[in-house]
Design a protein around this ligand. Structure first.
Ligand SMILES: [Zn+2]
Ligand SMILES: [Zn+2]
Length: 107
């Protein structure tokens, strides 16, 4: 294993992938905030909107929470789409081009 590679020991989910819907969040199959209407700005587009009507750089907190709430409900209902917190799949060589934001504690 090459130095600097991300391994399971870090706790990093190995099957993490970029969300196909918004190309912004990282997902195992969790609900994407972009798939929900934002409670704050009302946006149903991928991006949240500023009061000015321009795209906001970040999702509103309420939208993130809404997505988390959906996931919590799905998890409680035993939704099989959601993977286990700790994947049991064989550990594969991680991608070497993970953006820094993917690494816990290095934001
Ligand atoms: Zn997404
Ligand atoms: Zn919003």
């Amino acid at each position: 294993m090459a130095a600097g590679e991300i391994v399971g020991m870090t706790g990093l989910p190995l099957a993490l992938r970029l969300c196909e819907k918004c190309r912004r969040c990282n997902t195992f199959g969790e609900t994407c905030p972009a798939s929900l209407r934002c409670p704050t700005c009302g946006s149903t587009a991928v991006r949240c909107r500023r009061p000015s009507g321009h795209d906001a750089a970040e999702w509103h907190r309420a939208r993130l929470k809404a997505a988390a709430d959906v996931d919590a409900a799905r998890e409680a209902a035993g939704d099989p789409v959601l993977p286990p917190r700790w994947p049991e799949a064989p550990i594969r060589a991680p991608q070497s081009r993970f953006p820094k934001a993917f690494i816990p504690g290095r934001r």
